[in-house]
Ligand binder design. Structure first.
Ligand SMILES: Cc1ncc(COP(=O)(O)O)c(C=O)c1O
Length: 398
């Protein structure tokens, strides 16, 4: 008789309810389909497919060929990079930051989300998270022992928090609030008025507002920082990233900006987690931050052209969407014949070998939506459109 032994190695309680990241699982499934020869066109992830500026690459090459750049680096990041980040904030957002005290380079902004949760949350502390929103906010809060309190972002409210509704609930236990504009996945742009309301709300209720701002340069003519609101540093930490704005997602360079005290507090945690970032990467990132409008214009011209094709693709599927969206995606409402975005996504994958993201992975308020990434070439979009058109008859008509 076979005896099934319980594994002696149980995972920690903190992992309960935390699954593998959706895309990590999905990419495996797509890999399997590709091994069967399906040649899936993946329009899921927002990972820029184009390279960084050539000067950024040559800085990395030159710097990494030097003999004295291979040691551990400062936990606070290179002064060269912090200075470049400060100048970048001034130039584009008109925000003054002290590069020595108010900027902390990160190994991608995703890690900053976790560091912030680990730095500030005690078990049971509540955190306001957007629904729909970037799934990492939720998992980082849970891993740190906090409790997520969803605030829904509704299309008819321009995907802005309903402050009147929030004011009516108990906020005493709320310690953090995640906000993100241009919003992912909805593509909603910020306004000055919205930013002022967010800062006022944070101040009134002593909530540390974490603004996650990686998309401000993509398909948006007026990049904005929440730190540009007067007095924001009292209540706001902002995360930013070179992943999307400079086509450097794999390089893992981001930043945390805020009051000196906040930077010191987060550094207490972070300096126990990593041992700095490879210096040549930091110097190349500093180079990237000096690029001007011609770089951003070129990046955006490509995305603009691709976005037109995504509009065609979504029209073909009978989806409804706003054309005024920023960021690397188009967010679209599914037609009524589908139960939810998962059903549409599965249908398109099965019939046409094209993967688009179901909106439900960003929270229940995204159930009736899908999200299409702009990170594929025009030829791939053409191919995706042709496949979907050819299979239109097989797509679900339930
Ligand atoms: C809203 C949002 N925040 C943060 C990130 C993480 O960016 P980074 O590459 O800087 O870790 C992403 C990446 O997809 C994102 O969509």
């Amino acid at each position: 008789m076979q005896i099934i032994k319980r594994s002696m190695i149980d995972t920690a309680k903190r992992l309960e309810g935390i699954g593998e990241y959706y895309f990590s699982q999905k990419l495996r499934e797509i890999d399997d389909l590709n091994k069967q020869g399906k040649q899936v066109i993946n329009l899921g992830i927002g990972s820029p497919d184009l390279p960084p500026h050539p000067d950024v690459i040559s800085t990395l090459q030159e710097e990494s060929s030097k003999p004295n750049v291979h040691a551990y680096q400062s936990y606070k990041g290179s002064p060269v990079l912090r200075k470049a980040m400060g100048e970048w904030y001034k130039k584009w957002y008109d925000v003054d930051l002290d590069p020595d005290k108010e900027i902390l380079p990160l190994i991608g902004s995703k890690e900053g989300i976790m560091h912030i949760c680990m730095t500030y949350l005690n078990r049971g502390d509540e955190v306001l998270v957007p629904n729909p929103g970037y799934p990492t906010y939720r998992s980082a809060v849970q891993l740190a022992g906090g409790k997520c309190i969803d605030y829904n972002l509704k299309e008819k409210k321009n995907y802005q928090p309903d402050f009147d509704k929030l004011e009516k609930r108990k906020l005493k236990k709320v310690k953090l609030m995640f906000v993100n504009y241009p919003q992912m996945p909805t593509g909603e742009l910020p306004s000055k008025d919205l930013f002022e309301r967010i800062v006022a709300f944070g101040k009134k209720h002593d909530i540390l507002v974490v603004h996650d701002n990686p998309y401000s340069f993509i398909l948006n003519d007026s990049p904005m920082s929440l730190l540009s609101v007067g007095g924001a540093k009292e209540t706001v930490i902002e995360l930013n990233s070179l992943s999307k704005s400079h086509n450097m997602a794999g390089w893992r360079v981001g930043m945390l900006c805020g009051a000196k005290e906040r930077v010191e507090e987060v550094l207490r945690f972070k300096s126990n987690m990593d041992s700095g970032m490879f210096l040549p990467i930091q110097l190349a990132a500093a180079k990237a931050l000096t690029l001007g409008t011609e770089w951003q214009d070129q990046v955006n011209a490509t995305y603009r052209q691709r976005r037109e094709m995504v509009f065609d693709l979504l029209n073909l599927l009978g989806c409804r969407f706003s054309k005024e969206q920023a960021g690397l995606f188009v967010w679209a409402k599914i037609p009524g014949r589908y139960k939810d975005g998962y059903a549409l996504s599965d249908d398109v994958l099965k019939s046409s070998n094209v993967f688009i993201t179901p909106g439900g992975i960003f929270g229940s308020a995204g159930d009736k939506y899908v999200r299409v990434s702009l990170c594929a070439t025009v030829e791939r979009f053409e191919e995706a459109i042709n496949r979907i058109r050819a299979n239109a008859l097989h797509l679900s008509t339930n």
